[in-house]
Design a protein around this ligand. Structure first.
Ligand code: SAH
Length: 482
């Protein structure tokens, strides 16, 4: 995410198209065995009785449960149901009796884009939906605390990537891919992005013509500019622009950089990243600094962090401070503990924890992030933290084999969650507390089931609204050794 762990930097290809949903029936792949010749389409009047975990309206139709995008509980609506063999596509045609929770989406691209899924609900309904979803998922462990909400839930994303293409008239357009597709939607503003980021890529789009820069075409492999990644330091105001290009030969790059800096003197660093692979990852391996120091700084919980282009950094710093404060509170540090910060990124949680701990050991897979973590440790004068590059599971297995001790493990894995190597080593190391931060409560539940079967008990769960307008929820859970 979106969301998080999206520094893995997949392009904005998220699910769904228009208001149509293709529903899976009997758990089968909707794209298999389609017989387009055998299509049937009917209009039906339905009542929405609830929401799925991904925010779609649940309705019954001819004895089947269907999911309708953008429909709310209590609403009556007209839908089109198209069947083709065993497969069913559902489209919301018209809401007949709107819910009192329905609002007009603030974004005019909302129904086309799909990057946000909840803009048709008012803020309270969004929070209720997230709370109930987390309560259902976490049922085996107890009742979560009320979600920590965001006062101004727009413009929060400190990182954005934009893609460029040509429209029917061969004019350059820029915007985001519709969810789960590579269909580029031309837009001028994404309301959850930092507004400055959108201004900058618009300027770049306008400059492309005069600099004779063609947008990259994924299908043909022709063209040059693939994406523009903008990262903003919300506190420092520093801005990084990464031009992701298809070839290392950037003709006129000095003039381009000069012109861009003239238009946006607020940009503090510009990099070129070469991605010449046929991939949906945004960033390639080669990076070249074109201007500035190559990193931006942000402040979180009183510490300063330098962030590189490829390092993961939480995308909503206002909510991140609330999340981290909760994680540190749950860790109950007294100044003596050995704390493991697993999946540590640029060292944020570990360095904040180091002020209240005996020592901190951080482990992270991404080389650039570990370099940032070590640098950030020095930058903040932290003497009791060490950071290591490697797979967190392997690192923990080795620690356990050496008979080392840890009092607290703070873990914050990517969306896929942790793995058995890691979790079984936690069980061997027997830390008194495990603080599990997650951007995917489903994998968190899976992993916590493992830990609770092996001696731990979940004693606190705190959801945080890190990704307003979308279905994603961040949670932090506190586990103690029984
Ligand atoms: N705790 C950090 C980063 C969390 S994101 C923060 O709050 O900012 C998850 C991190 O896990 C990413 O930095 C990613 O690079 C890292 N990661 C992914 N797989 C990993 C693995 N197998 N071992 C260690 N780190 C991993």
């Amino acid at each position: 995410m979106g969301t998080k762990r999206n520094q893995s930097t997949k392009s904005h290809s998220k699910k769904h198209s228009k208001v149509a949903t293709r529903d899976k029936l009997q758990g089968q792949n909707p794209h298999k065995n389609q017989r387009p010749g055998n299509k049937k389409s009917v209009t039906a009047k339905v009542n929405c009785t609830g929401l799925t975990d991904d925010g779609k309206g649940i309705v019954q139709w001819e004895g089947k449960q269907l999911e309708v995008e953008h429909l709310l509980p209590g609403e009556t609506a007209e839908i089109t149901v198209s069947t083709s063999g065993k497969y069913v596509a559902v489209e919301l045609k018209r809401v007949i009796t709107p819910s009192e929770n329905r609002v007009k989406p603030a974004c005019s691209y909302y129904y086309e884009c799909g990057g946000c899924q909840l803009q048709h609900m008012n803020g309270q309904a969004q929070m209720r939906f997230k709370q109930v979803t987390i309560e259902k998922l976490m049922e085996p462990f107890g009742k979560p605390q009320p979600i920590l909400t965001m006062d101004h839930p727009y413009g929060y994303r400190n990182k954005s990537h934009t893609t460029f293409g040509l429209n029917k008239d061969r004019q350059i357009i820029g915007g985001l891919y519709a969810q789960n597709s590579h269909r580029l939607i031309s837009m001028d503003r994404c309301l959850i992005h930092d507004p400055k980021a959108d201004e900058i890529w618009q300027t770049i789009k306008d400059m492309m013509k005069s600099f004779r820069i063609q947008p990259y075409n994924e299908d043909t492999g022709q063209g040059f500019l693939r994406h523009v990644l903008v990262k903003v330091g919300k506190v420092s105001g520093e801005i990084m622009v990464v031009l992701v290009v298809a070839s290392p030969v950037f003709k006129g790059k000095n003039n381009f950089v000069k012109a861009l800096r003239k238009a946006h003197p607020e940009i503090t660093t510009i990099l070129m990243n070469v991605n010449n692979k046929n991939t949906s990852m945004v960033l390639g391996d080669q990076e070249k600094l074109l201007f500035g120091k190559g990193t931006i700084t942000d402040t979180l919980c009183g510490l300063k962090f330098d962030i590189s282009a490829k390092s993961f950094y939480q995308i909503n710093p206002i909510q991140t401070e609330k999340l981290y404060a909760k994680a540190i509170e749950m860790a109950q540090l007294t100044g003596k503990e050995t704390v493991i910060d697993a999946y540590c990124g640029i060292g944020t949680i570990g360095l904040i924890a180091s002020q209240k701990a005996g020592k901190v050991i951080g482990v992270e897979l991404n080389k650039d992030a570990v370099r940032d973590a070590i640098h950030n440790s020095k930058r903040n004068g932290v003497k009791n933290a060490r950071f290591y590059q490697g797979d967190a599971g392997k690192f923990m297995v080795e620690m356990a084999a050496r008979g080392e001790k840890a009092d607290v493990v703070i873990m914050d894995p990517p969306r896929s969650g942790s793995d058995e190597a890691f979790l079984s080593s936690v069980v061997k190391l027997k830390p008194k507390r495990v603080i599990y931060v997650s951007c995917n409560p489903e994998t968190q539940v899976r992993d916590m089931k493992y830990l609770t079967k092996n001696g731990y008990e979940v004693i606190g769960i705190q959801p945080v609204d890190m990704f307003p307008q979308t279905v994603h929820v961040e949670t932090v859970a506190e586990l103690v050794l029984k």
